[in-house]
Design a protein around this ligand. Structure first.
Ligand code: ATP
Length: 329
């Protein structure tokens, strides 16, 4: 018998949860392609190591952008590779798949996600919205008649949603999140230090010292790149306060989206959110000071999920138990 699986098809990472086993795969959403032959050379972790380091005939591609599929064939090849790595197919049967998507995607973008899951080996494919699944994965009981609020900050999208009785009551999805923060750090270091750095280096800076509120003035990181003027390699010291400045605009947009969602939330549910707090999920929830930032801007208690990067995949695991109740395509 095939085993049902839940997939968090993220812009940055793909996680797969197999029913009864838990999360069995967690790899970057990257594929390396030979541009002459079109052949897939590496997928996931191996391909990620090649980003920015490939010779002319090899390209490492991230097939998802801003939470949606940017390259259908490569997304399908990547998913198929991941699913085949797992022992989930039966002798004659294929697994049912529960897959997640941001809230504001078009019906065409939804169809593309579903088709990619079908073509990569799914039998029945069910689609759920990411903030709902993230809330379940973070341990919230969203099925009661009470308000729960989630802010999920991933690589390509930031989703904000208020849920009650298992459904999204009001939501906003921004096509800017971790990737935009990395790009902002690249631009900041270029302007301030006249140094060109790659996206991996920017992500490393964000993960190691990234702060969005009251950055520690002592915290710094040595950064290497190419001097704009001389073209030669150079090293500079970047401070956490500089990173906070670089991330300010992206955070302002996410805080703005959260305020809009709160403004549109029915008053009874707003009262529940004051009691229960806002749950932060996704890799962005690991930024230093993020709960303080949201708490000070939104005047509501803020909680961090125990495993923010795993929340969506964990949520698919819980929802797989009732897979037949989800929307099927
Ligand atoms: N410690 C950290 N501090 C800040 N950001 C982090 C940290 N760890 C990971 N991230 C960022 O989190 C993002 C990935 O998060 P996540 O896996 O939740 O996103 P995703 O599901 O792939 O994307 P999306 O939901 O937008 O499609 C990346 O941008 C990564 O740089």
């Amino acid at each position: 018998m095939a085993k049902d699986i839940g997939i968090d098809l993220g812009t940055a990472n793909v996680l797969i949860n197999v029913k009864g086993k838990g999360i069995v795969l967690n790899e970057p959403s990257v594929v390396a392609i030979d541009t002459k032959t079109g052949k897939v050379l590496a997928v996931g972790t191996e391909a990620y190591r090649m980003v920015g380091r490939t010779p002319g005939n090899i390209r490492s591609i991230r097939p998802l952008k801003d939470g949606v599929i940017a390259d259908f064939d490569i997304t399908e090849a990547m998913l198929e590779y991941f699913i085949n790595k797992l022992d989930v197919k039966g002798v004659l049967s294929k697994p049912n798949i529960l897959i997640c998507a941001p809230t504001n995607i078009t019906s065409i973008e939804q169809k593309a996600i579903i088709q990619a899951a079908e073509k990569s080996g799914g039998r029945k494919v069910y689609l759920e919205f990411e903030p709902k699944v993230a809330a379940v994965g973070a341990g919230l009981d969203i099925f009661q008649p009470q308000g729960n609020m989630v802010i999920d900050i991933g690589g390509g999208t930031a989703d904000v949603a208020v849920l009650s009785m298992g459904e999204i009551v009001t939501s906003r999805s921004l096509r800017l999140a971790g990737d935009r923060m990395d790009a902002a750090i690249v631009a900041y270091v270029k302007n301030k230090h006249k140094l060109l750095i790659g996206e991996h280096t920017a992500e490393k800076i964000k993960i190691e010292i990234g702060a969005v509120y009251d950055a520690d003035p002592e915290e710094t990181i040595e950064v290497r790149g190419r001097d704009i003027a001389t073209g030669l390699p150079r090293e500079v010291e970047v401070t956490a306060a500089e990173v906070e400045e670089a991330l300010h605009e992206t955070m302002l947009a996410i805080v703005g989206a959260a305020k809009e969602v709160l403004e549109q939330t029915p008053p009874e549910l707003s009262a529940d959110i004051i009691d229960r707090g806002i749950m932060l999920t996704g890799g962005g929830a690991l930024l230093k000071g993020i709960s303080q930032l949201f708490a000070s801007e939104l005047k509501v208690p803020v909680l961090l999920a125990d495993a923010p990067l795993d929340a969506v995949a964990l949520g698919t695991g819980t929802l797989l138990d009732n897979i037949a109740h989800h929307k099927q395509y």
